[in-house]
Every structure is written in C-alpha cells, then in structure tokens.
Design a protein around this ligand. Sequence first.
Ligand code: ADE
Length: 251
Amino acid sequence: MRIDVLTLFPEYFSGLVQASLLGRAIDAGVLHVEIHGLRRWTTDRHRTADDMPYGGGAGMVLKPEPFFAAVDALYGAVDARPRTVVLTPRGHLLDQRRVRDLADSGHLLLLCGRYEGIDERVHDGLAHDEISIGDYVLAGGEVAAAVVIEAVTRLQPGVMGNVHSATDESHADGLLEYPQYTRPASFRDMAVPEILRSGDHARVAAWRAQQALERTRRVRPDLYARWERRGGRNPHEPRPPSDDDIDDARD
Ligand code: ADE
C-alpha cells in the first residue's frame, strides 16, 4: 500500500514512519509512505499557505492553490489520483469499518488541515472523503493522519505477527476486547483469573465472551446497543462448526 501525506508540517512525521510497526511495514515493502510539505507548492517569496477568511471571522484558512498544484504535480491526470482524504473535525467519524475500507484502497492521499480549515474548493475539487478521528478539535490534521496511517497499516497482509490479532480484538466484531493477562500469575497481590489457567478452552472462551459483553455494556452502551440490534452474536463464544470449517478441515 502507498500513502502520501500533504502537510504544512512534514517534520511531524519523520519519527513516526521509522517507529515500530510502520518502520517494519516499510522495511518489508508492504507500505510506502511519502510526506510532502505543502509550502513547496506556494509561489510567493514568503511561502504563504494561508489567508483571511472571506466573510470575516477569526483565524486563517489554508489557500486552495498549493493543494491543487501539489496534486497536479504529483499525479497529473485526474484518473491517476489516489483516494484523497481530508482530515477534519467535520468529517465522518473514523471507526474500524472505515479503517478496513481505507486499508483496501491501495493508494491514499491524506490532506492535513490547519488553522480554521481548508478552502472549501479543496474539499469539493480534490477530496473523496472527509474523516474525523473524534469529536474534539486538534490543532491540525497531522495527528489524525498518523492515526489513519497506523490503523490501515496494521491491516495490511503480513504486518501483524499473528493472523488472528486483527480479527480477535476490540472493534473487529463490534465489541470491546476481553481482559488479557501474561505472566506472572500473581503480581502485587493481583492474581490472574483462575479460569484462564485452567486449560479448559471452552470455559476460557465463555469467560472471555462474557467479559467482552460486560465491558462493552458498561463502557460503550452505544456499541452494545448496535451489537444487539445486529443480532448479538459474540464471536469469542464457541460456535458450532460451519460448512466452511468442514471444508477447511478437508483441505
Ligand atoms: N483536525 C482537527 N481536529 C481533527 C479531528 N478531530 N479529526 C481529524 N482531523 C482534525
């Protein structure tokens, strides 16, 4: 997968693309990231990227010309453009379903806003999607772009060590994840639940299912209600073998 980022602050991303998961994905050739400084496509000697809002009001608005010049220079023809996403608090809320959809794109261009926003013609003329990472306002889209990069990278084939990790986790199935423990079995008077040490896989699965449900109901009643509306199947719960499993077993 390739991800391009257009930002006023390219230096923001320099540590990020070397770190841990992203660094490994890049080294493995699964991910290619290009960070482009927006000021490269400004034309005046002060490298001005923003201006006052028409109609008045506080703050500054990012000008359209550098965005369009950058996209023209980087990709040329309209049909050669990557899927283009503006990070903005007014966008669709990012959730795991949207992450999966973005992760399937092959090539993403992330446009980072700053100040009071980006000239609307950038949204109209360049963006396929507008995405917010939460109902709060950041100083700019850079942190949000980093969130998108990390979330889509870990879904790329071969990036996660354990193939089950991406499906067996919070949000993959609409529920929050059950509690996890590792050694030692007792630490500062806090013991690992006995059931997890019992070796009884069916009881472990049932306990995890119940924990996931309880936690979701308590912490995220909105997710719980949606999960119930969708039929309420808990994938952590053991299920009867399906035809697929039987086919798998034959292979
Ligand atoms: N830019 C500023 N706030 C943001 C948010 N919550 N999500 C995405 N981009 C942003």
